[in-house]
Design a protein around this ligand. Sequence first.
Ligand SMILES: NC(=O)c1ccc[n+]([C@@H]2O[C@H](COP(=O)([O-])OP(=O)(O)OC[C@H]3O[C@@H](n4cnc5c(N)ncnc54)[C@H](OP(=O)(O)O)[C@@H]3O)[C@@H](O)[C@H]2O)c1
Length: 240
Amino acid sequence: MQDKVVVVVGATGGIGSAVAQKLANSGASLVLAARDSNRLDSLASQLSTDSSEEHKAIAIPTNIINPQEVESLMEKASSHLGKIDVLVNAAGSGILKQWNKIEPSDLDAMLDLNLKGSFYTSQAAANVMKGQKSGHICNVIGILGKHSMAMGSVYCAAKFGVAGFSKCMADELRRYGIKMTLFYFGGVNTSFWDNVSLKVDRGKMLSLETAADAIMFAMNAYPQAILMEINIQPESHLFF
Ligand SMILES: NC(=O)c1ccc[n+]([C@@H]2O[C@H](COP(=O)([O-])OP(=O)(O)OC[C@H]3O[C@@H](n4cnc5c(N)ncnc54)[C@H](OP(=O)(O)O)[C@@H]3O)[C@@H](O)[C@H]2O)c1
C-alpha cells in the first residue's frame, strides 16, 4: 500500500485501528477519523512514529452523523494528501434488543450512525474518487447486513440498508473506476460488545487479526479483480 492514501473512519475502534496499524506498516498514508479527538491524536502520533515518516497519519475528528463534517473530512483528506485511494468505513455501534423493547431513540441512533453515516462517508469519498477516476470503498457491514438474528431488528434494519445502498452505488461507480467491497464479518472481539446487552462468548469470536487481514487482502487485490463481498464467520456461529 506504499504511496496510497487511505481514509479510515472509525479509526479508533477495534477493527479500524487494527486496519490502520497494518496500513501504516505497509507504507500507506492515513487519514484517521472518529469523534474522540484525544484518542485519534494519540493513534495518529503512534502510527506516525511506527512508520518513521512525518505526517504519515493525520487525525481529523469527525462525527459522521453530520453530512457537513463528512464533506469537510474528505475535502481535508484530499487537499492535505492529494487524493483518496481507499475509504475504510469501520464506524458504528450496536443496539441488540427484543422488538418490543426498542425505543424510537434506538431506531434513530442505528439509522443515523450505521446507515446514514455510512452513506454520507461513501458518498463524500466517491465524489473525490470520481474526479480521480479511481478508488476503492470498503464498507465493514457485518453479517447482520445479510442474515437476520433474534434481537437484531433495529441493527439489521440499518445494516441491510448499508448493503442495499452499497450494491447500488457499486453499479453506479464502476464507470468511474471505483470499486466497492462489502465485508460481512460475524462477531469480532472488540469493544463494540461492551455496551451490548446480549450474552455472547467473546472468546469464540473472530480475532481483529482475521478482520484486518481480510480488509488488507481486498485492498491488495489485482487491479482488474473486484472483490465484491467477503463473508467470514466464526466456527461457533455460522450463517449460510
Ligand atoms: N465487532 C463486531 O462483532 C462486528 C462485526 C461485524 C461488523 N461490525 C461493524 O464494524 C464496524 C466497526 O466495529 P468495531 O467492532 O470496530 O467497533 P468499535 O470497536 O466499537 O469501534 C467503533 C468506532 O466507530 C467510531 N464511531 C462511533 N460513532 C461515531 C460517529 N458518530 N462518528 C464517527 N465515528 C464514530 C468510534 O469512535 P468514537 O466513539 O470516538 O467516535 C470507534 O472508532 C461497525 O460498523 C460494526 O457494526 C462489527
